[in-house]
Design a protein around this ligand. Structure first.
Ligand code: 26W
Length: 820
């Protein structure tokens, strides 16, 4: 369809003209970046037509629409993905070829828009892709951070954070929408004024500071269906002189303050993943984008409808974790103070409109705002939350008379803090976890009190990923092979992958499949050579762990095991050992000291092992700098083994696990998160499972932990590896460099138990599983079967399936159809 309308000569002309008009250059003179801009603008031309058509359709049909509210959208590069979804990739590649331009090189010029940290942000991006592809009307609402996730440099083995100025050369796909700008107010006081006519109290915010929220829209293109949805991200600007006049004429000092507030608010994404820091600026960011998004949403709704009491019939709001939970109170505020609804009416609408997804059970990630900060910054919003809390506690008391312990546990405001998760659950009409195990833990452990009281709200939506980016774009060789074998239906219906099962006993198919993996390993080996200067053997096992660096994800366990293997090889040089390349990629939150020490340790181990000629390259260790969406695509395609080794119960779902599976890498993992469901789909014989179960972990935790000393003093191999952290083996004789990591395993400090992530406890079981991997890999055809079975059984893990479940069980959206 798009491709049918694609006119090659006109497109080429357009690219040439863009270069001429933008840069006063010819193609030959233009830089790579300039060609990227010119090509992107040419592509945007076509997108705009369908964007307008989608908008017109929505005007006409007035379908129920989801607003996906998220502090993070980890989109990754747009150009290649847009071309794929427009089904124009091959045509554009050909057109550019004829002009002597290599599309791959052009794609590489695009800065990776990284407006997210990790799993939660990438999930939001996959969801937008699936919503558009399935033809559901959706807006993503977020923040246009000037600086996204930092760029990671490795210097002397340490992570160094470098600002990511992704907007430096402009973003060719976005459109600024001044006409939809909204004012957002912070601070000041609330004056209560009785209105004798309506017989109501009016709440008037005074002496506030405000900023202007200006939206930028980015197109989200559905695969092959002409649907173009919108990601709307908000920029902050000072209220201009013109506006100043209207609000507070001539107050220069105030004007400068507002200018600064605006600059600060959208400056940078907080690089913390699973760790709540309680920063005032973050609360400002949250209110900023929530208030602007809700104001805009109401204006849009009211263009067609005069009764806001029926908002929920046309609008649903999904809150991506607790970060957007201010939506509850802001919607109440707008409905009561602006639209004139009574409390009960507003509450009725709000609680039919907002829904909440929980992405973590890690206690340190729970957002709790200090009351004094909160009430100072958002005085009216705080009043509303107090009233929600008062009414909720009344309900708890009447339901559980005399149970003040329960009241204390469930209150929204308690001990000087506002608990955002409680607010989200109390107001949300749906509360969902992101994998079956995770949802069960929420219901029976973390959120038990809430589940007891309102079980009907709780439901599971196992995460998924988009096969358009993570197979079609990231692994074109395998994508083409799959299409050749089973047709292209899998692109929009991943369950069709099961048709590949018939090839597991077809030697020719298996040989082709293996050759593709080999080619992808060559591609990654080249990347590693170019960026790390390390030669790796593409025939070795590529054993990969890429994800955010966090103690619960246990990169530490992985590298300790590498140290253990190295000891073995040194002790027994004659021992059989299948060559391995251990590949890591991970960013650590800038302030997360132990995570950064782990990165340094991985790099130190790499240094020692990679430079030890005596082991004949049997082990190589590679830490890939600046792990991000664009290099992730190359890494998944090349992986043999997918390391998913979190402490059971801690990883809500994981989505990297699914991307590896889609690319034919069996899982080496614990029974945690979505690994459980992966094993269920692919069969335990096609995965390598080890370690404590979540029940066992939770049991230990509820009974004061376990004693790692029992292991440390009784297992000589383990003791040796742990001691090597402080005997200078990996630190040029420095015994202090890894002292903290050592301590974390064997010494209890203060509140923190020794080995709280059960690394020593799971070590033997992990080493066994690794041994099974080696055994299995030796049988090259047997391995290919396992790998192919992973591809064949990955159907469930498409975000298309996830989104369909959200639509069926939670959102109940209408379809849209856009004609060519
Ligand atoms: C307040 C700071 C903060 C920032 C981000 C707290 C928590 C987060 C996120 C919840 C972290 C995150 O990305 N969680 C991941 O979400 C994925 C998508 O559901 C899951 O697959 C991962 O298991 C979960 O860790």
């Amino acid at each position: 369809m798009y491709s049918k309308r694609f006119e090659k000569e006109a497109f080429k002309e357009e690219v040439k003209n863009n270069i001429k008009n933008l840069y006063r250059k010819t193609i030959e003179e233009a830089t790579g970046r300039q060609i990227f801009q010119a090509v992107s603008l040419a592509v945007k031309e076509t997108i705009i037509d369908y964007w307008l058509a989608t908008q017109a359709e929505m005007e006409k049909e007035d379908p129920k629409t989801v607003y996906y509210m998220s502090m993070e959208f980890l989109m990754g590069r747009a150009l290649g993905n847009n071309l794929i979804n427009m089904t124009a990739y091959k045509e554009v590649k050909e057109a550019l070829d004829e002009m002597g331009i290599d599309l791959n090189a052009v794609e590489d010029e695009e800065p990776d828009p990284a407006l997210g940290n990790g799993g939660l942000g990438r999930l939001a991006a996959c969801f937008l892709d699936s919503l558009a592809t399935l033809g559901y009307p959706a807006y993503g609402c977020g923040i246009r951070y000037r600086y996204g996730m930092f760029k990671q440099k490795i210097e002397n083995g340490y992570q160094v954070e470098v600002p990511d100025n992704w907007l430096k050369d402009g973003n060719p796909f976005e459109i600024r929408r001044d006409e939809y700008a909204k004012e957002v107010r912070f601070g000041g006081d609330v004056r209560i004024e009785y209105d004798p006519v309506t017989k109501r109290n009016n709440f008037i915010q005074e002496n506030y500071s405000s900023v202007l929220a200006v939206p930028y829209d980015m197109p989200i293109i559905g695969y092959g269906n002409h649907v173009v949805n919108t990601l709307r991200i908000w920029d902050a600007e000072a209220i201009t002189d013109f506006h100043l006049d209207a609000f507070n004429r001539g107050d220069y000092r105030h004007a400068v303050e507002q200018e600064n507030l605006a600059k600060m608010i959208v400056d940078v994404l907080y690089p913390c993943d699973d760790h709540y820091a309680g920063k005032e600026l973050r609360l400002k960011q949250q209110y900023f984008f929530i208030s602007a998004s809700l104001q805009a949403l109401l204006v849009r709704y009211k263009k067609k409808h005069d009764d806001v009491r029926k908002l929920h019939e046309k609008v649903t709001i999904q809150m991506n974790d607790t970060h957007p939970t201010l939506a509850v109170a802001e919607l109440m505020h707008l409905l009561i103070d602006q639209e004139g609804l009574e409390w009960d009416e507003a509450w009725d609408v709000t609680t039919k409109t907002v829904a909440y997804t929980n992405h973590t059970i890690m206690a340190e990630a729970l957002e709790k705002w200090p009351v004094d900060l909160f009430s100072r910054l958002l005085p009216r919003i705080y009043q509303i939350i107090q009233e929600i809390d008062r009414r909720f506690i009344e309900q708890v008391r009447s339901r559980y008379p005399g149970d003040e312990g329960r009241v204390a546990r469930m209150a929204i405001i308690r001990d000087g803090q506002v608990k955002m998760a409680h607010l989200a659950i109390v107001a949300g009409y749906s509360v969902n976890g992101v994998a079956r195990l995770h949802t069960e833990i929420l219901k029976h452990e973390e959120l038990k009190d809430f589940y007891d009281m309102m079980p009907e709200k709780f439901n599971n939506k196992t995460n998924g990923i988009t096969q358009r980016r993570f197979l079609m774009h990231g692994n074109p060789l395998l994508a083409d092979w799959v299409t050749k074998r089973i047709g292209d239906g899998w692109i929009t219906d991943l369950s069709q992958m099961s048709r590949l099962k018939k090839y597991v006993d077809d030697p020719k198919a298996l040989a082709e499949f293996r050759e593709i993996k080999y080619q992808n390993k060559l591609r990654l080996a080249e990347y590693i050579k170019k960026y790390n200067g390390i030669e790796v053997d593409p025939r070795s096992i590529f054993d990969v762990q890429v994800k955010r660096l966090h103690e619960y994800k246990r990169q530490f366990l992985n590298i300790l095991h590498v140290m253990y293997l190295y000891n073995q090889i040194k002790d027994h040089p004659e021992m059989y050992f299948y060559p391995r390349t251990f590949i890591f990629g991970a960013k650590a939150a800038a302030g997360y000291v132990r995570a950064k020490e782990t990165i340094k340790l991985i790099n130190s181990v790499a240094d020692v092992i990679n430079n030890d000629k005596s082991i004949n390259g049997k082990i190589k260790v590679v830490f890939i700098e600046d792990y991000r969406v664009s290099n992730a695509e190359i890494i998944f395609a090349a992986a043999d083994v997918s390391e998913q080794i979190s402490t059971a119960s801690k990883e809500a779902s994981g989505t990297g696990n699914m991307k590896f599976m889609l690319n034919g890498a069996p899982t080496l993992g614990t029974m945690d998160g979505a690994n459980v469901e992966i094993v269920e789909e692919v069969g335990i014989e096609n995965a390598f499972i080890f370690g404590l179960s979540s029940d066992e972990v939770i049991n230990f935790e509820n009974n004061g932990g376990y004693n790692p000393a029992d292991i440390y003093f009784n297992d000589w191999d383990i003791k040796r590896v742990v001691d090597q952290l402080i005997d200078g083996t990996y630190s040029n004789g420095d015994r202090e460099m890894y002292r903290d990591l050592y301590d974390s395993l064997v010494n209890t400090h203060g509140q923190e138990r020794a080995d709280r992530y059960f690394i020593l406890k799971d070590f033997r079981s992990y080493a066994d599983a690794q041994k099974r991997v080696e055994e299995a890999y030796k049988d090259r055809e047997g391995w290919a079967k396992k790998a192919l079975m992973n591809v064949a059984c990955c159907g469930k893990f498409s975000s298309d399936r996830t989104i369909q479940e959200y639509v069926d069980d939670i959102w109940h959206l209408d379809h849209i159809k856009v004609d060519a």
